[in-house]
Design a protein around this ligand. Sequence first.
Ligand code: HEM
Length: 383
Amino acid sequence: MNSSDITLSALEADPDPILARLRSEAPVSFVEALDMWLVTKWDDVVRMEENPELFTAATEPSFLARALGQNMLTCDPPKHTALRKAFQPPFLSSGRSGPFVAEELPVLADSILDDLDPAGFDLMTAYAEPLSAGALAIVLGLDQHGFDRMWSWCEGLCADIANFDNDPEITQLAETTKAELGAAIKDRISQARGNDDAAIARFVQAGATAEQVVNNVRLMISGGINEPRDGIGLVTWVLLSQPDLKQRIDAEPAKLRRLIEEVMRVFSPVGTVTRQTTTDVTLSGVTIPKGHLVAGVLRSINLDEDRWSDPLTINLDRREGGHAAFALGAHRCLGEWLGRQEIKVGVERLFARFPDLQLDPSAGAVELSGFEFRGPRSVPVIA
Ligand code: HEM
C-alpha cells in the first residue's frame, strides 16, 4: 500500500479498510497527509505506551498545550505521575464519582428523559450530550453554571484544539471560552471548604495550584463530555440496529457491561494517542527518526487480527483480554470508571423509560464520522 495515497478525508469517512491494509502491508507508515507516522499493530502501540522516554507526550508543536495550557496529557512521568495523584481520586468509585453514579446520575438521566418527545428526538443532542455534560459538571462542581454552558465550553475548547489553520474567529471564541471558564473555576476554588467533595475542591486539597486546576479541568471538559456522549450513542445504536444483541441484553441485563466493552473495542471513539520520538526508534523493522510525531492508532489495534478472533464481531462472550479504547499506558483515561458508568446508566435509564425505542425509519441510516474522534453525529429515534 502506498501511504502517500491516504487522505484525511478518506480516514474520516471510513478508516477501517485503510487501517486493515496498513496492518497487513505497512504497520508502521509515514502518512504525508497527516505529517505523522501511523502505528497500527497491537504490540507496537504497547511498546509506545510502555516507553514514554522514547515516545514523549510533551510534543512540539502541541495543539493541546496551545489550546489548554500545559496539562497532564502534555507531560511525561515523573511530572505526570504527581499530577495524576492529585487529579485521579474524584474519578474513582471511592471519590465523588461513586455517590454521584449511585444516587444522582439516574435522577439526572430521568430528568432529561422527562423533557423528550416520544414522537421523535435526536438521541445525541437531546439526551447523550446533556447527560454527559451534566454528569461532568456535577462531579467537577461547576453545575451552577448550567449544562448548556458546560457544553458550550466543551465546544469552544475542542474547536481551538482543532484550529490547525489559526482561524481568527475560532481563536476569538476560544479566548472567550477560556476567560469565562477560567473565572468559573477560580470562583469555584475560592468557594471550596474542608468538607467540599466536588472534584475541583479535592484537586486543591491534594495540592494542585490554581493554574494546574484550570488547565487540567479544561482538558477534562474537552475530552470528558464528547466521549461518554459517543459511547451512549454507539451502544444505543448497536442495540437498535442488531436485534439479536438487544434480545440477549433483555434476557441477561448483566451482559450490558460486556456489550459496552465490545462496542468501545469495535468502534474506538478515540482514534489515536499522539506522541513524539525522542530518539530514532525501530518498530516492526521500520526506523522512525528522532523528533517525528507518531500516532498509535487505538482503533486499529482494537481490531488487530493477531490479537482478536473475528475482530469486527461484537461477541459478548469474548475472553481475549482488555481492549485499548481508554489507552494503555501512563495516560490511560483518567475518567474511565465514570465514563463507563455514564454509558451504562445512560443506556439503562433510556430503555427503562422507552422500552419500544427504535431508529426513526423515516431518517437515513446512522452514519459515523471522524478519525481522531469517531461517533454518530445524529441518531434519530422514536419512542
Ligand atoms: C467513556 C468515554 C471515554 C473514552 C473512550 C476516553 C478515552 C481516553 C483515551 C484514549 C485517553 C488517552 C489519550 C492519550 O493518551 O493521548 C484518555 C485520556 C484522558 N481522559 Fe478519557 N475517555 C473517556 C471519558 C473520560 C471522562 C468522563 C473524563 C473526565 C474526567 C476523561 C478524562 C481524561 C483525561 C483527563 C485524560 C488524560 C489522562 C492523562 O494524561 O493521564 N475521559 N481518555
